[in-house]
Ligand binder design. Structure first.
Ligand code: SF4
Length: 700
């Protein structure tokens, strides 16, 4: 029985902090920050401390289950895989391979399986119906980087430890610990910017915890970040503040950006954004004057109707101020599994195929998750009849998730690789639960490639897996064998062998052996300039004004003429103790006051007749929810806010703690018919809603 101390990376969010696990009699009994970890230096948040509750959760499924009607039966792994093989064969025979779809959730990327087994599984299924959380929260960043740099995964991150000015839009790292920028103790790193004499400014409709600690908070109207960013660009050109520095010879399209920015004067965008023209001018000057600066924008700017334009303009501003690819600016990490020089220039295109019902373009080989429900519930050739979900809960994370839930109930075969019987997996016919994170090896492919300091960490399982434990590498490998109708050949040392090969071929020539000898990780140093080798555009230059993005500017320009009406708009919010839907079953994380409340500004509360503690009914085009109100001046007038990932209600859930803290599902209000056109990303912020006092009986 494992006893003692083990080290592993926390798999619960993008910060990938080092954990020190205390083991007793084959169980993890305590988690604290690994003080010697090369990137996190002992930092953890409450979610990391709850790691023992997560891996020991009594509601966690340990063995596969098969459903007939409402009855679940625990079965052997062989029986479960036989059920999958039989069901899949039938669906493919009746409807073809395009009738099979896959949805990959966020936690997928924290696994060794992400590096080695997802791709073969998708290839074996042979379907274009691939969906993931990327089109729920981040696809605009991939599209912007794809067009600008030729590689949608080449995402520059703020060089937080060396910068003197950070402009954050739609990001709340005080609570989220950062996203698409891996920086354990993000808040500490921002405080250090201030301690070095620098500043950080937050643009957000809410006075978030990050905004409350900022040197300046600008409360913007939801969904108008692209207007603000364009106005900042305009000021840089108008005042002669453009200076590309070292990148001058590597960039094309500067004059085209200048021309596009002409209409977006600070005075013209002020009304739409709610930010005064003089504040915009001052911000542009401060950004240009900073010794080193980084513009960083996250989910609040991605999940809106102009997400790709906003993400593009973030990088445009970094480039025009000479901060792209320079110390203290926005830089590209180089992870240990990545080659120093990408193999070939391949450029970037979208729309190689389109969704069946709405005709939306694929992006990165994926269909927009906002279209998943209609692809299931709309009859016709190519209709999805079978779905595999991997570590995802689209019944809570997809827009208009009530429609999706109804659709899931009609599938001929649904298979979920997931440890919980939740709002999504209750519709599955087979659940394949991977063993918990204390029994798996860990190397983070995704987030070492987004880290603000280059580093590498690998850990073997802290506790030896039992005879009935299968990790997601083994499960996905076997599903790939089933889908390709081949014999399953796999041994549990295979992922580590493949990791070793990837590390040896990587930029630093490391090996698994070297990483195992350094359980707190190997520090590979600060970020280094990577232009031009990081660029994969056909001509090897940064395209500052890609044609598909430029063509979308007219749509944005048209909003300059709009005037904000009286309608309230809904936005989301993050809390330190929550990460999407999957950690609400841990008592440590849901203790304390109800967090799933509707934030309403006092002036709006008075106007619509609601008050703190009272229930309000919130109604959008697609549905309504009844939720407790919290009146607060931390939210801008005209805006209301609900956190996402809640609403743990419905028959058949096995989430004993989460159902006691059910909350309401914000995606019962979001609209699947509104997507960001370039990326297919769901629009989850800026949803028009009506708020009124709930009927006394609370019926919604
Ligand atoms: S910040 Fe993220 S990675 Fe770090 S301990 Fe918390 S959940 Fe884990």
């Amino acid at each position: 029985m494992a006893t003692g101390t083990a080290y592993r990376v926390c798999p619960l969010c993008e910060a990938v902090c080092g954990l020190e696990l205390t083991l007793e009699a084959g169980r993890v009994v305590k988690a604290r920050g690994d003080g010697a970890h090369v990137l996190s230096h002992g930092f953890i948040c409450p979610k990391g401390a709850a790691f023992p509750q997560l891996v020991n959760d009594p509601d966690r499924l340990r063995l596969p289950m098969v459903r007939r009607g409402a009855d679940w039966r625990v079965v052997s792994w062989d029986e479960a895989f036989d059920a999958v093989a039989h069901g899949l064969r039938g669906v493919v025979e009746r409807h073809g391979r395009e009738a099979v779809a896959v949805y990959l959730g966020n936690p997928t990327v924290h696994s060794l399986a992400y590096g080695f087994y997802i791709s073969p599984f998708l290839k074996a299924l042979g379907t274009r119906n691939r969906f993931s959380a990327a089109t729920v929260d981040q696809m605009p960043k991939h599209v912007a980087c794809g067009y600008m740099y030729g590689d949608p995964l080449a995402i520059p991150v703020p060089d937080l430890d060396r910068t003197s000015f950070v402009l954050l839009l739609g990001a709340n790292p005080w609570e989220s610990n950062g996203s698409l920028a891996t920086a354990p103790d993000f808040r500490g790193r921002l405080k250090d910017v201030q301690a070095r004499g620098g500043r950080f400014v937050v643009v957000d409709p809410r006075r978030t915890a990050t905004a409350a600690h900022a040197d300046r908070h600008l409360a913007i109207r939801p969904g108008t970040d692209a207007l603000l960013l364009f106005a900042l660009t305009h000021v840089l050109f108008a005042e002669g503040l453009v200076n590309l520095g070292r990148l001058e010879e590597h960039v094309r399209g500067v004059e085209a950006v200048r021309s596009l920015a002409q209409d977006f004067t600070p005075a013209r965008v002020a009304a739409a954004t709610g930010i005064a023209a003089e504040d915009i001018v001052a911000l542009a000057r401060e950004l240009a004057a900073a010794k080193a600066a980084a513009v960083y924008a996250r989910i609040g700017t991605c999940t809106v109707e102009f997400g790709t334009l906003a993400q593009w303009l973030v990088d445009v501003l970094n480039a025009l101020t000479g901060n792209l690819d320079r110390e203290g600016g926005a830089m590209w990490p180089l992870a240990a599994h990545m080659p120093a020089v990408p193999a070939r220039r391949r450029g970037f295109v979208t729309g190689r195929w389109r969704t069946r019902v709405r005709g939306l373009p694929e992006v990165l080989g994926e269909m927009p998750t906002a279209t998943l429900a209609e692809e299931i519930d709309t009859p016709g050739e190519g209709q999805i009849r079978s779905l595999f979900t991997v570590a995802g809960n689209p019944a809570r994370s997809a827009p208009n998730s009530k429609r999706l839930e109804r659709a899931l109930g009609d599938l001929e075969l649904m298979v979920s690789v997931d440890p919980y019987l939740n709002e999504t997996t209750r519709h599955a016919h087979v659940i394949l639960p991977p063993t918990d994170a204390s029994r798996t090896g860990h190397y983070d492919f995704a987030f070492t490639a987004l880290a603000v300091r280059n580093h590498a960490v690998y850990s073997r399982p802290a506790i030896a897996p039992g005879p009935d434990d299968l990790d997601d590498c083994a499960i996905l490998s076997r599903l790939a064998a089933i889908a390709s109708e081949q014999a399953w050949e796999y041994d549990s040392s295979e992922p580590e062998r493949r990791l070793d090969q990837a590390l040896r071929a990587g930029a630093y020539g490391l090996s698994v052996e070297q990483l195992l000898a350094r359980p707190h990780g190997i520090d590979l140093g600060p970020l280094r300039p990577r232009v031009p080798e990081v660029l994969q555009t056909p001509d090897g230059r940064i395209d500052l004004c890609p044609e598909p993005i430029a063509a979308d500017v007219a749509r944005l320009r048209a909003t300059l003429e709009h005037r904000n009406g009286d309608s309230l708009v809904l936005i989301g919010r993050r809390h330190l103790r929550s990460n999407n839907s999957w950690m609400h079953n841990l008592p440590m994380l849901v203790a304390g006051p109800d967090r799933c409340t509707l934030h309403v500004h006092p002036s709006d509360a008075a106007r619509v007749g609601v008050s703190s503690g009272q229930d309000a009914r919130v109604t959008s085009r697609v549905g309504s929810v009844v939720v407790a109100v919290e009146v607060t001046d931390a939210i801008a007038p005209g805006v209301v806010s609900l956190p996402h990932g809640w609403g743990h209600r419905g028959p058949g859930l096995r989430l004993s703690t989460a159902t006691e803290h059910a909350g309401v599902n914000s995606n019962a209000l979001t609209d699947e018919l509104v997507v960001e056109p370039l990326s297919g990303n769901a629009v989850l912020n800026g949803i028009p809603v009506e708020v009124e006092p709930a009927p006394v009986d609370g019926a919604g």
